[in-house]
Design a protein around this ligand. Structure first.
Ligand code: NAI
Length: 459
Protein backbone atom coordinates (compact mmCIF):
# COMPACT_ATOMS: atom_id res chain seq x y z
CA UNK A 1 0.00 0.00 0.00
CA UNK A 2 2.99 2.35 0.44
CA UNK A 3 3.23 5.29 2.79
CA UNK A 4 -0.04 6.45 4.33
CA UNK A 5 -0.63 10.19 4.88
CA UNK A 6 -2.66 10.93 8.00
CA UNK A 7 -5.03 13.87 8.35
CA UNK A 8 -7.90 14.99 10.55
CA UNK A 9 -10.09 16.12 7.65
CA UNK A 10 -10.10 15.19 3.99
CA UNK A 11 -12.37 17.13 1.66
CA UNK A 12 -13.17 15.63 -1.75
CA UNK A 13 -13.86 18.33 -4.32
CA UNK A 14 -12.72 21.95 -4.48
CA UNK A 15 -16.00 23.46 -5.65
CA UNK A 16 -17.70 26.05 -3.49
CA UNK A 17 -18.86 23.58 -0.82
CA UNK A 18 -15.45 21.92 -0.52
CA UNK A 19 -13.61 25.22 -0.70
CA UNK A 20 -15.67 26.74 2.09
CA UNK A 21 -15.56 23.79 4.47
CA UNK A 22 -11.82 23.25 3.97
CA UNK A 23 -11.02 26.95 4.60
CA UNK A 24 -13.22 27.14 7.69
CA UNK A 25 -11.95 23.86 9.15
CA UNK A 26 -8.40 25.05 8.71
CA UNK A 27 -9.23 28.36 10.46
CA UNK A 28 -10.66 26.30 13.32
CA UNK A 29 -7.29 24.54 13.69
CA UNK A 30 -7.86 21.25 11.89
CA UNK A 31 -5.25 19.58 9.67
CA UNK A 32 -6.95 19.54 6.27
CA UNK A 33 -6.29 17.87 2.92
CA UNK A 34 -8.31 18.79 -0.16
CA UNK A 35 -8.46 16.57 -3.24
CA UNK A 36 -9.40 17.90 -6.67
CA UNK A 37 -9.33 16.14 -10.02
CA UNK A 38 -9.15 19.31 -12.14
CA UNK A 39 -6.27 21.74 -12.19
CA UNK A 40 -8.69 24.66 -11.84
CA UNK A 41 -10.48 25.05 -8.52
CA UNK A 42 -14.01 26.36 -8.07
CA UNK A 43 -15.96 23.44 -9.57
CA UNK A 44 -18.89 23.87 -11.90
CA UNK A 45 -19.88 27.26 -10.45
CA UNK A 46 -16.61 28.97 -11.29
CA UNK A 47 -15.60 27.07 -14.42
CA UNK A 48 -18.80 26.24 -16.30
CA UNK A 49 -21.69 27.68 -14.33
CA UNK A 50 -22.54 30.72 -12.24
CA UNK A 51 -19.46 32.85 -12.93
CA UNK A 52 -19.18 32.53 -16.74
CA UNK A 53 -22.95 32.71 -17.17
CA UNK A 54 -23.25 35.86 -15.05
CA UNK A 55 -20.32 37.37 -16.97
CA UNK A 56 -22.19 36.81 -20.24
CA UNK A 57 -25.42 38.07 -18.72
CA UNK A 58 -23.70 41.27 -17.57
CA UNK A 59 -22.34 41.80 -21.08
CA UNK A 60 -25.82 41.16 -22.47
CA UNK A 61 -27.24 43.83 -20.13
CA UNK A 62 -24.79 46.38 -21.50
CA UNK A 63 -25.75 45.44 -25.05
CA UNK A 64 -29.45 45.75 -24.22
CA UNK A 65 -28.99 49.18 -22.67
CA UNK A 66 -27.06 50.28 -25.71
CA UNK A 67 -29.76 48.96 -28.02
CA UNK A 68 -32.37 50.89 -26.06
CA UNK A 69 -30.35 54.12 -26.28
CA UNK A 70 -29.78 53.54 -29.99
CA UNK A 71 -33.50 53.04 -30.60
CA UNK A 72 -34.19 56.28 -28.74
CA UNK A 73 -31.65 58.08 -30.96
CA UNK A 74 -29.40 58.86 -28.02
CA UNK A 75 -26.55 56.66 -29.19
CA UNK A 76 -25.94 57.31 -32.85
CA UNK A 77 -24.13 54.09 -33.71
CA UNK A 78 -24.91 50.48 -32.99
CA UNK A 79 -22.21 48.90 -30.88
CA UNK A 80 -20.38 45.78 -32.00
CA UNK A 81 -18.80 43.09 -29.89
CA UNK A 82 -15.84 40.79 -30.35
CA UNK A 83 -16.69 37.22 -29.41
CA UNK A 84 -13.14 35.92 -29.11
CA UNK A 85 -12.18 38.78 -26.77
CA UNK A 86 -15.30 38.09 -24.68
CA UNK A 87 -14.09 34.50 -24.29
CA UNK A 88 -10.53 35.55 -23.59
CA UNK A 89 -11.56 37.81 -20.71
CA UNK A 90 -13.82 35.04 -19.36
CA UNK A 91 -10.87 32.66 -19.22
CA UNK A 92 -8.72 35.28 -17.47
CA UNK A 93 -11.40 35.96 -14.85
CA UNK A 94 -11.86 32.26 -14.10
CA UNK A 95 -8.13 31.63 -13.91
CA UNK A 96 -7.57 34.51 -11.54
CA UNK A 97 -10.36 33.45 -9.14
CA UNK A 98 -9.11 29.84 -9.21
CA UNK A 99 -5.54 30.97 -8.47
CA UNK A 100 -6.80 33.08 -5.55
CA UNK A 101 -8.52 30.00 -4.13
CA UNK A 102 -5.34 27.94 -4.44
CA UNK A 103 -3.30 30.77 -2.87
CA UNK A 104 -5.73 30.94 0.03
CA UNK A 105 -5.31 27.20 0.66
CA UNK A 106 -1.54 27.48 0.55
CA UNK A 107 -1.63 30.40 3.02
CA UNK A 108 -3.70 28.26 5.36
CA UNK A 109 -1.34 25.27 5.01
CA UNK A 110 -4.08 23.11 3.53
CA UNK A 111 -2.49 20.28 1.57
CA UNK A 112 -3.78 20.17 -2.02
CA UNK A 113 -3.70 16.80 -3.76
CA UNK A 114 -4.63 16.57 -7.43
CA UNK A 115 -6.29 13.37 -8.57
CA UNK A 116 -9.42 11.24 -8.22
CA UNK A 117 -10.39 10.18 -4.71
CA UNK A 118 -11.95 6.81 -3.94
CA UNK A 119 -12.81 5.19 -0.62
CA UNK A 120 -10.80 2.01 0.04
CA UNK A 121 -12.70 1.47 3.27
CA UNK A 122 -14.39 3.63 5.93
CA UNK A 123 -11.08 5.08 7.11
CA UNK A 124 -8.87 5.15 4.03
CA UNK A 125 -9.08 7.00 0.72
CA UNK A 126 -6.84 6.44 -2.26
CA UNK A 127 -5.99 9.26 -4.62
CA UNK A 128 -5.20 8.32 -8.16
CA UNK A 129 -3.25 11.07 -9.82
CA UNK A 130 0.27 11.34 -11.14
CA UNK A 131 1.27 9.24 -8.12
CA UNK A 132 -1.10 7.07 -6.08
CA UNK A 133 -1.50 8.22 -2.48
CA UNK A 134 -3.39 6.74 0.45
CA UNK A 135 -4.91 8.98 3.11
CA UNK A 136 -6.07 7.95 6.59
CA UNK A 137 -8.64 10.38 7.93
CA UNK A 138 -10.66 11.14 11.02
CA UNK A 139 -13.44 12.91 9.07
CA UNK A 140 -14.12 12.82 5.33
CA UNK A 141 -16.32 15.39 3.62
CA UNK A 142 -17.70 14.55 0.18
CA UNK A 143 -18.32 17.68 -1.91
CA UNK A 144 -18.17 16.32 -5.45
CA UNK A 145 -21.08 18.39 -6.80
CA UNK A 146 -23.32 17.42 -9.69
CA UNK A 147 -23.19 16.58 -13.38
CA UNK A 148 -25.57 17.32 -16.24
CA UNK A 149 -28.42 14.89 -16.92
CA UNK A 150 -28.25 13.45 -20.42
CA UNK A 151 -31.07 12.46 -22.74
CA UNK A 152 -30.98 9.27 -24.74
CA UNK A 153 -31.12 8.63 -28.45
CA UNK A 154 -29.52 11.80 -29.64
CA UNK A 155 -26.75 11.82 -32.21
CA UNK A 156 -23.16 12.75 -31.36
CA UNK A 157 -22.67 16.22 -32.76
CA UNK A 158 -20.34 19.13 -31.95
CA UNK A 159 -23.30 21.50 -31.85
CA UNK A 160 -25.41 19.50 -29.42
CA UNK A 161 -24.40 21.21 -26.24
CA UNK A 162 -24.70 20.91 -22.50
CA UNK A 163 -24.41 24.02 -20.36
CA UNK A 164 -20.58 23.88 -20.19
CA UNK A 165 -20.42 23.84 -24.02
CA UNK A 166 -22.85 26.75 -24.30
CA UNK A 167 -20.68 28.74 -21.88
CA UNK A 168 -17.67 28.26 -24.17
CA UNK A 169 -19.53 30.59 -26.53
CA UNK A 170 -17.89 29.17 -29.66
CA UNK A 171 -20.35 30.86 -32.01
CA UNK A 172 -23.79 32.41 -32.00
CA UNK A 173 -26.22 29.91 -33.54
CA UNK A 174 -28.73 31.54 -35.88
CA UNK A 175 -31.36 28.99 -34.92
CA UNK A 176 -30.96 27.63 -31.44
CA UNK A 177 -33.10 24.98 -29.72
CA UNK A 178 -33.01 24.84 -25.96
CA UNK A 179 -34.42 21.69 -24.37
CA UNK A 180 -35.60 22.40 -20.80
CA UNK A 181 -37.29 25.58 -19.56
CA UNK A 182 -35.45 25.44 -16.26
CA UNK A 183 -33.02 27.86 -14.70
CA UNK A 184 -30.13 26.96 -16.99
CA UNK A 185 -32.25 26.95 -20.16
CA UNK A 186 -33.72 30.38 -19.41
CA UNK A 187 -30.43 32.00 -18.45
CA UNK A 188 -28.60 30.72 -21.52
CA UNK A 189 -31.56 31.56 -23.79
CA UNK A 190 -31.44 35.09 -22.48
CA UNK A 191 -27.92 35.99 -23.42
CA UNK A 192 -27.80 34.07 -26.72
CA UNK A 193 -30.98 35.93 -27.72
CA UNK A 194 -29.38 39.29 -27.03
CA UNK A 195 -26.31 38.20 -29.00
CA UNK A 196 -28.60 37.52 -31.98
CA UNK A 197 -29.89 33.92 -31.87
CA UNK A 198 -33.47 33.03 -32.75
CA UNK A 199 -34.57 30.69 -29.99
CA UNK A 200 -37.09 27.88 -29.53
CA UNK A 201 -37.35 26.62 -25.94
CA UNK A 202 -38.98 23.25 -25.49
CA UNK A 203 -40.13 21.51 -22.33
CA UNK A 204 -41.92 18.22 -21.94
CA UNK A 205 -43.83 19.44 -18.91
CA UNK A 206 -47.21 21.17 -19.35
CA UNK A 207 -46.36 23.53 -16.47
CA UNK A 208 -44.48 26.74 -17.18
CA UNK A 209 -42.08 27.55 -14.31
CA UNK A 210 -44.05 25.51 -11.75
CA UNK A 211 -41.88 26.74 -8.86
CA UNK A 212 -43.51 30.20 -9.16
CA UNK A 213 -47.06 31.29 -8.37
CA UNK A 214 -49.23 31.44 -11.48
CA UNK A 215 -49.50 35.25 -11.47
CA UNK A 216 -45.70 35.55 -11.58
CA UNK A 217 -45.08 32.85 -14.19
CA UNK A 218 -47.86 34.33 -16.38
CA UNK A 219 -46.35 37.80 -16.05
CA UNK A 220 -42.94 36.45 -17.09
CA UNK A 221 -44.46 34.44 -19.94
CA UNK A 222 -46.30 37.46 -21.34
CA UNK A 223 -43.19 39.62 -21.15
CA UNK A 224 -41.02 37.10 -22.97
CA UNK A 225 -43.39 35.26 -25.36
CA UNK A 226 -42.37 37.44 -28.30
CA UNK A 227 -38.71 36.98 -27.55
CA UNK A 228 -38.70 33.18 -27.40
CA UNK A 229 -40.79 30.58 -29.17
CA UNK A 230 -41.97 28.52 -26.21
CA UNK A 231 -42.84 24.90 -26.98
CA UNK A 232 -44.48 23.89 -23.72
CA UNK A 233 -45.68 20.31 -23.31
CA UNK A 234 -43.70 19.11 -26.33
CA UNK A 235 -41.85 15.85 -26.65
CA UNK A 236 -38.84 15.36 -28.90
CA UNK A 237 -39.48 12.56 -31.39
CA UNK A 238 -36.18 12.64 -33.25
CA UNK A 239 -33.02 14.61 -33.83
CA UNK A 240 -31.22 13.84 -37.08
CA UNK A 241 -27.47 13.99 -37.71
CA UNK A 242 -27.92 17.38 -39.35
CA UNK A 243 -29.91 18.73 -36.38
CA UNK A 244 -33.37 18.47 -37.89
CA UNK A 245 -35.67 18.11 -34.93
CA UNK A 246 -39.18 16.71 -34.88
CA UNK A 247 -41.24 17.26 -31.77
CA UNK A 248 -44.87 16.76 -30.93
CA UNK A 249 -47.34 18.71 -28.84
CA UNK A 250 -48.36 16.20 -26.20
CA UNK A 251 -51.92 17.49 -25.85
CA UNK A 252 -53.01 17.88 -29.51
CA UNK A 253 -50.48 15.71 -31.38
CA UNK A 254 -49.44 18.53 -33.73
CA UNK A 255 -45.89 18.13 -34.99
CA UNK A 256 -43.28 20.89 -34.89
CA UNK A 257 -40.22 20.50 -37.14
CA UNK A 258 -37.21 22.71 -37.51
CA UNK A 259 -33.50 22.77 -38.42
CA UNK A 260 -31.13 24.18 -35.84
CA UNK A 261 -27.54 25.39 -35.81
CA UNK A 262 -27.15 24.29 -32.20
CA UNK A 263 -29.14 22.48 -29.54
CA UNK A 264 -28.71 22.89 -25.80
CA UNK A 265 -29.77 20.13 -23.44
CA UNK A 266 -30.64 21.62 -20.06
CA UNK A 267 -32.91 19.03 -18.47
CA UNK A 268 -31.46 19.10 -14.97
CA UNK A 269 -28.42 17.95 -13.04
CA UNK A 270 -27.77 14.88 -10.91
CA UNK A 271 -25.51 14.31 -7.90
CA UNK A 272 -21.98 13.28 -8.83
CA UNK A 273 -21.65 10.05 -6.84
CA UNK A 274 -19.96 7.71 -9.32
CA UNK A 275 -16.50 6.16 -8.96
CA UNK A 276 -16.05 7.25 -5.36
CA UNK A 277 -16.23 3.75 -3.89
CA UNK A 278 -19.41 4.70 -2.04
CA UNK A 279 -21.15 1.38 -2.64
CA UNK A 280 -18.17 -0.50 -1.26
CA UNK A 281 -18.39 1.34 2.06
CA UNK A 282 -22.21 1.08 1.98
CA UNK A 283 -23.07 4.77 1.91
CA UNK A 284 -26.85 5.23 1.66
CA UNK A 285 -28.52 7.25 -1.08
CA UNK A 286 -31.65 9.44 -1.05
CA UNK A 287 -34.56 10.08 -3.44
CA UNK A 288 -32.43 12.43 -5.57
CA UNK A 289 -29.88 9.61 -6.07
CA UNK A 290 -27.61 11.80 -3.99
CA UNK A 291 -25.91 10.94 -0.71
CA UNK A 292 -28.29 10.51 2.20
CA UNK A 293 -27.40 12.79 5.14
CA UNK A 294 -28.89 13.52 8.54
CA UNK A 295 -29.58 17.03 9.92
CA UNK A 296 -25.84 17.49 10.61
CA UNK A 297 -24.69 16.49 7.11
CA UNK A 298 -23.45 13.14 8.36
CA UNK A 299 -23.99 10.15 6.07
CA UNK A 300 -25.05 6.81 7.54
CA UNK A 301 -21.34 6.44 8.38
CA UNK A 302 -21.01 8.93 11.24
CA UNK A 303 -17.52 10.31 10.43
CA UNK A 304 -18.22 10.73 6.69
CA UNK A 305 -20.16 13.86 5.70
CA UNK A 306 -21.58 15.25 2.46
CA UNK A 307 -22.52 18.80 1.42
CA UNK A 308 -23.51 20.73 -1.71
CA UNK A 309 -25.07 19.38 -4.92
CA UNK A 310 -23.95 15.82 -4.17
CA UNK A 311 -26.78 15.51 -1.64
CA UNK A 312 -29.45 16.56 -4.17
CA UNK A 313 -31.92 19.39 -4.64
CA UNK A 314 -31.92 22.33 -4.44
CA UNK A 315 -28.62 22.57 -6.30
CA UNK A 316 -27.52 26.09 -5.52
CA UNK A 317 -24.05 27.48 -5.03
CA UNK A 318 -25.05 29.67 -2.07
CA UNK A 319 -26.64 26.68 -0.35
CA UNK A 320 -23.38 24.74 -0.80
CA UNK A 321 -21.29 27.61 0.64
CA UNK A 322 -23.63 27.93 3.59
CA UNK A 323 -23.53 24.20 4.29
CA UNK A 324 -19.71 24.28 4.22
CA UNK A 325 -19.70 27.06 6.81
CA UNK A 326 -22.20 25.32 9.06
CA UNK A 327 -20.53 21.91 8.81
CA UNK A 328 -17.14 23.33 9.84
CA UNK A 329 -18.80 24.93 12.87
CA UNK A 330 -20.65 21.72 13.69
CA UNK A 331 -17.46 19.62 13.59
CA UNK A 332 -16.00 22.09 16.05
CA UNK A 333 -19.06 21.91 18.31
CA UNK A 334 -20.03 25.49 17.47
CA UNK A 335 -23.49 25.56 16.01
CA UNK A 336 -26.42 23.73 14.56
CA UNK A 337 -28.12 24.17 11.24
CA UNK A 338 -31.06 26.49 11.59
CA UNK A 339 -31.90 28.36 8.45
CA UNK A 340 -35.42 29.41 7.55
CA UNK A 341 -35.09 30.03 3.86
CA UNK A 342 -32.89 29.79 0.75
CA UNK A 343 -33.01 32.61 -1.80
CA UNK A 344 -33.38 31.83 -5.52
CA UNK A 345 -32.43 33.99 -8.45
CA UNK A 346 -32.90 33.30 -12.15
CA UNK A 347 -30.63 35.64 -14.05
CA UNK A 348 -32.71 36.21 -17.14
CA UNK A 349 -34.47 39.29 -18.44
CA UNK A 350 -36.46 40.29 -16.46
CA UNK A 351 -34.52 38.78 -13.56
CA UNK A 352 -36.62 36.69 -11.16
CA UNK A 353 -35.69 36.56 -7.47
CA UNK A 354 -37.74 34.82 -4.80
CA UNK A 355 -37.40 33.73 -1.22
CA UNK A 356 -39.54 32.07 1.43
CA UNK A 357 -42.97 30.64 0.77
CA UNK A 358 -45.06 31.23 -2.31
CA UNK A 359 -48.87 31.44 -2.09
CA UNK A 360 -49.41 27.78 -2.88
CA UNK A 361 -46.95 26.68 -0.20
CA UNK A 362 -48.55 29.05 2.34
CA UNK A 363 -51.97 27.65 1.46
CA UNK A 364 -50.77 24.06 1.81
CA UNK A 365 -49.43 24.93 5.26
CA UNK A 366 -52.83 26.38 6.21
CA UNK A 367 -51.32 29.79 6.82
CA UNK A 368 -53.78 32.65 6.85
CA UNK A 369 -51.78 34.68 4.34
CA UNK A 370 -52.21 37.90 2.42
CA UNK A 371 -50.19 38.83 -0.67
CA UNK A 372 -49.67 42.27 -2.16
CA UNK A 373 -48.03 43.15 -5.49
CA UNK A 374 -46.52 46.47 -6.55
CA UNK A 375 -46.03 46.86 -10.30
CA UNK A 376 -42.78 48.72 -10.90
CA UNK A 377 -44.54 51.36 -12.93
CA UNK A 378 -45.59 52.71 -9.50
CA UNK A 379 -41.98 53.66 -8.76
CA UNK A 380 -40.26 56.64 -10.32
CA UNK A 381 -36.91 54.91 -10.76
CA UNK A 382 -38.40 52.43 -13.21
CA UNK A 383 -39.09 55.10 -15.84
CA UNK A 384 -35.39 55.51 -16.56
CA UNK A 385 -34.44 53.15 -19.35
CA UNK A 386 -37.04 50.44 -19.73
CA UNK A 387 -37.36 49.19 -16.20
CA UNK A 388 -41.10 49.41 -15.64
CA UNK A 389 -41.53 45.75 -16.53
CA UNK A 390 -41.15 44.45 -13.04
CA UNK A 391 -43.00 43.79 -9.83
CA UNK A 392 -42.48 43.30 -6.13
CA UNK A 393 -44.74 40.82 -4.37
CA UNK A 394 -44.75 40.24 -0.62
CA UNK A 395 -46.58 37.54 1.30
CA UNK A 396 -47.50 38.07 4.95
CA UNK A 397 -48.98 35.86 7.65
CA UNK A 398 -52.13 37.74 8.65
CA UNK A 399 -52.16 36.27 12.14
CA UNK A 400 -48.90 37.93 13.19
CA UNK A 401 -48.12 40.24 10.24
CA UNK A 402 -44.80 38.45 9.68
CA UNK A 403 -43.33 38.42 6.20
CA UNK A 404 -43.16 34.81 5.00
CA UNK A 405 -42.21 35.16 1.34
CA UNK A 406 -41.54 37.48 -1.54
CA UNK A 407 -40.81 37.71 -5.24
CA UNK A 408 -39.02 40.54 -6.98
CA UNK A 409 -39.06 40.44 -10.74
CA UNK A 410 -37.24 43.06 -12.78
CA UNK A 411 -33.90 44.69 -13.44
CA UNK A 412 -31.24 43.50 -10.94
CA UNK A 413 -33.95 42.06 -8.69
CA UNK A 414 -31.51 39.51 -7.29
CA UNK A 415 -29.64 42.35 -5.62
CA UNK A 416 -32.87 43.59 -4.00
CA UNK A 417 -33.78 40.23 -2.55
CA UNK A 418 -31.35 40.58 0.37
CA UNK A 419 -33.75 42.75 2.34
CA UNK A 420 -36.49 40.13 2.09
CA UNK A 421 -34.16 37.26 3.03
CA UNK A 422 -32.96 39.18 6.08
CA UNK A 423 -36.50 40.12 7.06
CA UNK A 424 -37.72 36.52 6.85
CA UNK A 425 -34.65 35.13 8.62
CA UNK A 426 -35.08 37.69 11.44
CA UNK A 427 -38.81 37.09 11.73
CA UNK A 428 -39.69 40.72 10.84
CA UNK A 429 -43.28 41.79 10.62
CA UNK A 430 -44.86 44.45 8.43
CA UNK A 431 -44.38 47.13 11.12
CA UNK A 432 -40.62 46.40 11.24
CA UNK A 433 -40.38 46.76 7.47
CA UNK A 434 -42.41 49.96 7.46
CA UNK A 435 -40.03 51.53 10.01
CA UNK A 436 -37.09 51.11 7.63
CA UNK A 437 -36.48 54.24 5.57
CA UNK A 438 -36.25 53.16 1.94
CA UNK A 439 -34.20 55.55 -0.22
CA UNK A 440 -35.81 57.35 -3.12
CA UNK A 441 -35.57 56.91 -6.06
CA UNK A 442 -34.66 53.24 -5.86
CA UNK A 443 -36.16 49.93 -6.90
CA UNK A 444 -36.21 48.68 -3.34
CA UNK A 445 -38.63 51.37 -2.27
CA UNK A 446 -41.17 49.07 -3.94
CA UNK A 447 -40.84 46.99 -0.75
CA UNK A 448 -42.04 49.84 1.44
CA UNK A 449 -44.90 50.58 -0.99
CA UNK A 450 -45.88 46.89 -0.80
CA UNK A 451 -45.92 47.09 3.00
CA UNK A 452 -48.24 50.13 2.84
CA UNK A 453 -50.46 48.16 0.46
CA UNK A 454 -50.54 45.31 2.94
CA UNK A 455 -51.74 47.63 5.72
CA UNK A 456 -54.43 48.98 3.36
CA UNK A 457 -55.44 45.43 2.48
CA UNK A 458 -55.92 44.23 6.04
CA UNK A 459 -57.59 47.37 7.43
P1 NAI B 1 -34.14 22.39 -13.96
O1 NAI B 1 -34.50 21.24 -13.12
O2 NAI B 1 -34.20 23.76 -13.41
O3 NAI B 1 -35.05 22.38 -15.29
C1 NAI B 1 -35.07 21.27 -16.17
C2 NAI B 1 -36.28 21.40 -17.11
O4 NAI B 1 -36.14 20.40 -18.10
C3 NAI B 1 -37.62 21.15 -16.43
O5 NAI B 1 -38.51 22.21 -16.75
C4 NAI B 1 -38.08 19.81 -16.99
O6 NAI B 1 -39.50 19.74 -17.15
C5 NAI B 1 -37.40 19.78 -18.35
N1 NAI B 1 -37.13 18.44 -18.88
C6 NAI B 1 -36.63 17.38 -18.23
N2 NAI B 1 -36.46 16.33 -19.08
C7 NAI B 1 -36.84 16.76 -20.31
C8 NAI B 1 -36.86 16.17 -21.61
N3 NAI B 1 -36.43 14.91 -21.83
N4 NAI B 1 -37.34 16.91 -22.64
C9 NAI B 1 -37.76 18.19 -22.43
N5 NAI B 1 -37.76 18.80 -21.25
C10 NAI B 1 -37.28 18.10 -20.18
O7 NAI B 1 -32.68 22.04 -14.51
P2 NAI B 1 -31.54 22.96 -15.12
O8 NAI B 1 -32.10 24.19 -15.72
O9 NAI B 1 -30.76 22.04 -15.99
O10 NAI B 1 -30.70 23.37 -13.85
C11 NAI B 1 -30.04 22.37 -13.07
C12 NAI B 1 -29.75 22.84 -11.66
O11 NAI B 1 -28.83 23.91 -11.66
C13 NAI B 1 -31.01 23.30 -10.95
O12 NAI B 1 -31.12 22.58 -9.75
C14 NAI B 1 -30.78 24.75 -10.69
O13 NAI B 1 -31.28 25.15 -9.43
C15 NAI B 1 -29.26 24.91 -10.76
N6 NAI B 1 -28.91 26.24 -11.29
C16 NAI B 1 -29.21 27.34 -10.58
C17 NAI B 1 -28.94 28.60 -11.09
C18 NAI B 1 -29.33 29.80 -10.31
O14 NAI B 1 -29.64 29.67 -9.14
N7 NAI B 1 -29.33 30.98 -10.91
C19 NAI B 1 -28.31 28.78 -12.40
C20 NAI B 1 -28.09 27.55 -13.08
C21 NAI B 1 -28.36 26.33 -12.52
Amino acid sequence: MGKIIETQIIVIGAGLAGYTVASKCSLLGYKVIIVEKNKNFGGVCLNYGCIPSKYFIDIAKVLEKNKYLYEKNILLNKIKFNLSNINLLKKKIIKSISLDMIKNFKNKNILILYGKAKFINKNLIEIVGKKRKVIKFKFAIIATGSVTKKIHNIPKHNNIWYSDDALKFKFIPKKFLIIGIGVIGLEIANFYKIMGSSIDILDESDLFMPFLDKDISNYFYNLTKNKFNYLINYKILSISDDLYVTSVNKSNGILFKNYYDAILIAVGRRPNVNNLGLKKIKVKFNKYKGIYINENFSTNIPHIYAIGDVIGLPMLAHKAIYQGKILAGYLNGLCNINWKTIPNIIYCNPEIAYVGLNELEAKNLNINYCSVTVPWRFIGRSYLFDYKYGLTKLIFNRNNNKIIGGVILGFNSGELLGELSLAIEMGCNAEDLSLVIHSHPTFYESISIAVDMYFDAIN
